[in-house]
Write a protein that binds this ligand. Structure first.
Ligand SMILES: Cc1cc2nc3c(=O)[nH]c(=O)nc-3n(C[C@H](O)[C@H](O)[C@H](O)COP(=O)(O)OP(=O)(O)OC[C@H]3O[C@@H](n4cnc5c(N)ncnc54)[C@H](O)[C@@H]3O)c2cc1C
Length: 251
């Protein structure tokens, strides 16, 4: 009888980033900018070129301070939208950095549509882009920066040492290889928790939902299991829109 004996990898790094979506990749690039010598690993359950919510591209940047807006008006908008269930300081600091974040990805090759030199507005806080390749553009920059990427490796739990997160465990979804990675710092960027409530779609199309179905809330679960304080979960975004309608026309 065959015995399954997966390879075990023990790695050591300065920064471990779990989830190589938009946030994880950009965190890795920023870490590289701040410390050119740092050892940085991205652990991604899919493949950073086309993983996460941006996988098939987007046509707008929906968090942008346009001409008549300010970080303060942005905060007011988000407050109204979320009925006040948010941390003002976090939203405000994000609002202060969104245009710079877009400019940065534009400098890596993202086409931002412009009219008379100014980004073309889609809405009060949104601008138009040609974003089909936004994820490959970001991934290309990650590779340029010589960041180690472990594609197809899914994180399962944090490694704890004296009450602190000291790394993470994961396994390769294709060959079962096991990873134990110790790190001086761990950043979790595994996206949201799709499918936490049952979708209207069932059976073979149960995965058809607006948000990336592969973001299953692993980062939250790992945090809860490790005893971390979970914050800012009072407001959940649950899109109730109809997408990917399956229908048959009978004549
Ligand atoms: C259909 C759709 C359309 C959108 N359109 C727009 C738009 O036009 N404009 C706009 O500004 N925003 C848009 N958004 C929102 C935007 O895409 C997201 O806000 C953004 O991509 C979130 O980035 P993220 O890095 O947090 O998550 P993601 O980009 O989803 O990254 C999470 C990553 O973590 C990985 N991961 C998950 N679990 C694990 C695990 N256990 N181990 C390892 N890796 C793991 C996933 O594979 C994924 O790569 C859209 C979102 C969707 C779903």
């Amino acid at each position: 009888m065959d015995t399954f004996s997966p390879t075990i990898y023990r790695l050591e790094t300065d920064i471990l980033i779990i989830g190589g979506g938009a946030a994880g990749c950009i965190a890795a690039i920023e870490a590289r900018e701040r410390d050119p010598q740092a050892r940085i690993i991205i652990m991604e359950k899919a493949q950073i070129e086309r993983s996460g919510c941006l996988a098939s591209g987007i046509n707008a940047i929906n968090a942008y301070i346009t001409e008549n807006q300010t970080p303060e008006t942005y905060l007011e908008y988000v407050k109204t939208d979320s009925h006040g269930l948010l941390r003002d300081d976090l939203v405000y600091s994000i609002a202060c950095g969104v245009n710079q974040a877009t400019a940065r990805v534009e400098s890596w090759g993202l086409p931002v549509i412009r009219e008379k030199g100014k980004p073309l507005q889609k809405g009060p806080r949104s601008i138009r882009i040609k974003g089909e390749s936004i994820k490959p553009i970001i991934a290309h920059k990650v590779h340029d920066e010589k960041i180690t990427v472990l594609n197809r490796v899914t994180a399962t739990n944090y490694m704890l040492h004296r009450g602190r997160v000291a790394g993470a465990y994961g396994f390769n979804l294709r060959n079962g290889g096991l990873y134990a990675i110790t790190a001086k710092g761990v950043i979790v960027a595994t996206g949201g928790a799709s499918g936490i409530y049952r979708s209207g779609n069932t059976g073979e199309i149960a995965h058809r939902m607006w948000y990336s179905p592969f973001n299953t809330g692993a980062g939250y679960a790992m945090g809860i299991r490790a005893g971390a304080e979970m914050t800012s979960f009072e407001m959940r975004f649950i899109p109730t829109r109809v997408k990917e309608q399956n229908s048959a026309l009978i004549v």
